[in-house]
Write a protein that binds this ligand. Structure first.
Ligand SMILES: Cc1cc2nc3c(=O)[nH]c(=O)nc-3n(C[C@H](O)[C@H](O)[C@H](O)COP(=O)(O)O)c2cc1C
Length: 254
């Protein structure tokens, strides 16, 4: 009896383990294959996802292939942009001019603009100190001065003198404006955003000074006569032929 039991144990032991392992594996596999009960919201999610994927496929089909476009690394290739001369001053009244291309409008009402300035620029501390600057629009006649004020530092050179530009008193800020510019936009800083390479000075427009030569008898500003310039991919351009006016694409012909 003992011998029999011993023999049985000897042979049945390892076999039983193999059998149990096999059964466990089958149970596990069955469990994995068994479809899980999908609740209502996950079913909806799946349908939404499928609809989205179908829509993306449809849109991709509509778009067609890309036309020999190279995909470049991220960069600031927005063009054209303005190249304005910004005048500024420190608290002691020393003033300077810096050329800025990273400039624009951020809100119409209240009139709000921005310039982005690298902290290492000499002008940066002036704008920070007084919280004021003037955006002076640039023209064909001012294009050389525009470039000069963008490559020479006011820490070493009096750019007003070097460019033969005239300081004129602004009406709402303490820093001077450039008399030769057709339009001067006086600004008071309301916020500074440190974005990385540049600090963005967001400012409220406190006054706009317009050269009377460009105002017609009805008080309308004819800015197209000022010979404004633009900056695109490292080059200056004079604005060209007028193509239309705001809303001309939908205006009915008389
Ligand atoms: C067309 C042009 C656009 C420029 N735009 C900017 C700009 O948006 N922000 C900036 O910090 N510097 C800009 N610069 C560089 C500064 O104008 C330049 O470093 C200048 O000499 C700084 O003057 P400052 O040292 O007297 O402040 C630009 C230069 C040029 C020529």
């Amino acid at each position: 009896m003992d011998g029999k039991r011993k023999r049985k144990n000897k042979t049945d032991g390892p076999k039983r383990h193999i059998r149990e392992n096999k059964e466990n594996k089958i149970n596990r596999t069955n469990k994995e294959n068994k479809p899980s009960k999908e609740n209502k919201s996950s079913k909806e999610n799946r349908t939404n996802r499928e609809n989205r994927e179908n829509r993306v496929n449809e849109v991709n089909k509509e778009m067609g292939p890309m036309h020999a476009k190279q995909v470049w690394k991220p960069g600031t290739l927005v063009a054209p942009v303005p190249a304005v001369m910004v005048s500024c001053a420190d608290k002691a009244g020393n003033s300077n001019i810096i050329t800025i291309a990273w400039a624009g409008i951020v809100c119409s009402e209240p009139a709000t603009v921005y310039i982005s300035v690298m902290p290492r620029r000499f002008s940066h501390h002036m704008i920070e100190e007084t919280g004021e600057y003037v955006i002076n629009l640039t023209t064909k006649e001012l294009s050389k001065a525009t470039d000069y004020c963008g490559v020479v530092t006011g820490a070493k050179v009096d750019k007003w003198k070097a460019c033969g530009l005239t300081r004129a008193k602004a009406s709402t800020v303490s820093c001077p404006l450039i008399a030769e510019a057709p339009v001067n936009i006086e600004c008071r800083v309301i916020n500074k955003l440190a974005l990385g390479s540049h600090d963005m000075f967001i400012a409220k427009v406190t006054a706009v000074d317009v050269d009377e030569r460009y105002i017609d008898k009805n008080g309308r500003l004819e800015l197209d006569r000022a010979g404004l310039i633009a900056y695109a991919h490292g080059e200056y351009f004079e604005l060209g032929r007028k193509l239309g006016h705001f809303g001309y694409s939908v205006r009915k012909k008389a």
